[in-house]
Write a protein that binds this ligand. Sequence first.
Ligand code: 3SK
Length: 509
Amino acid sequence: RFDYPDRLNIGVELTDAMVARGHGDRVALIGNGRRRTYKELADWTNRLAHVLVDDLGVKPGNRILIRSANNPAMVAVWLAATKAGAVVVNTMPLLRAGELGQIVDKAQIEFALCDTRLMDEIATCAKTSQYLKTVVGFDGTLNHDAELDRLALEKPVQFDAVDTGRDDVALLGFTSGTTGSPKATMHFHRDILIIADGYAKEVLNVTPDDIFVGSPPLAFTFGLGGLAVFPLRFGAAATLLESASPPNMIEIIETYRATVSFTAPTAYRVMLRAMDEGADLSSLRAAVSAGETLPAPVYDEWIEKTGKPMLDGIGATEMLHIFISNRFDDHRPACTGKPVTGYEAKIVDEDGAEAPRGTVGRLAVRGPTGCRYLADDRQVKYVLDGWNITGDAFTMDEDGYLHFAARNDDMILSSGYNIAGPEVEAALLSHDAVAECAVVGQPDEDRGAVVAAHVVLSEGHTGDEVLAKTLQDFVKATIAPYKYPRIIRFIDALPKTETGKIQRFRLKD
Ligand code: 3SK
């Protein structure tokens, strides 16, 4: 199905090969006040690759860490490192020296390329690292005012990229590590084309006229796919925002008439409210929601306001990108859809046996892009016969559609009842007073656990006993009453990872 030449370098495929296919003058990247065409991107990445090989001494297979916010320079540095045959680890700006140190040790990283505005933590990490010896700055603001940029300006715009194989590792994706020590997953050059030619082509039908916008960091494979690989594979344009708050995304959508967005349900809720105030998001033809399950009220309201479905999907760093998704012509509320071409999904019980249709079990997935952990004993626990046993509880209905139930650790066992926290969250979210919420099990002597809801209120509401009682009654009237939250806490903000995933485990403490 995905047949690629034996020799393949993804850095070349997404730049020089696009120029050769006639896209040279089209805009590839927009960010920090500049636009770069495909020809400019090809030249820029070739100059940078020269610096890596000629000046820094990067050899094929060396591991390079990149530290940056989302901006065109980060994409260019990633592609240049890939052209130089390196294995890249993209990291988020919020990581501290200790977290960077864990990544550096795990992946035995020798080089770091860092936006000069973010140097401190990586420099601290390099001081004590047995692996990391070279840290070089680049200018994320695009003024070419950093060592890597200055060296690059002296270099030719032609570069003979390292002759990598399609099954050579190009990328190490680190799982965000909400719990436990981080795991790294290995991805080949071909995997990066597969997510584009599979999900992006077949589900999103990306064309050169598309303009992408979104919030996930490029350091997270959800963002790297949605905001770099997918647009560049098809000659489209990506807008990159260093701070992708919903208001910033709305501004970009209105200014550039963006057509495809990648973000999480919370941001879509803000966009819906902004539409009430007159925001014009009519240019969006595809709104992809992932990272958190999409509540049915958000899905319904999006269709009502835009006439188009919001495409809920689930992906994983382990599989590189989205492997189950709704389709434009086949979508349902509170449903994650069906496997993307090339992937298979099944629901398994505790013993790994396939669970009957309609029963909750663990989601297992198999496909061409995973799952291969780097030097990790957890491979034998999480990958059985090629099936990645995910951390999510799902059901598969009679027609083969997959429905999210909970993260495995979000199931609350209360008085013998199995209660899926996200179902209670969806009920709460359909109340006007609730802007965001997270439900966890709180240990309880009598019941084993009780349902505890942490609620962020919408503007104009006050968290008091009366409102708590109203919300409890509302949940009882919306879903089976035994699921209602016995505890309601009003809080200002939910704890989240850098990628926007709610850290429910922190609410359990
Ligand atoms: O949902 C996720 O966590 C995810 C992870 C990696 C790539 C894509 C997605 C949606």
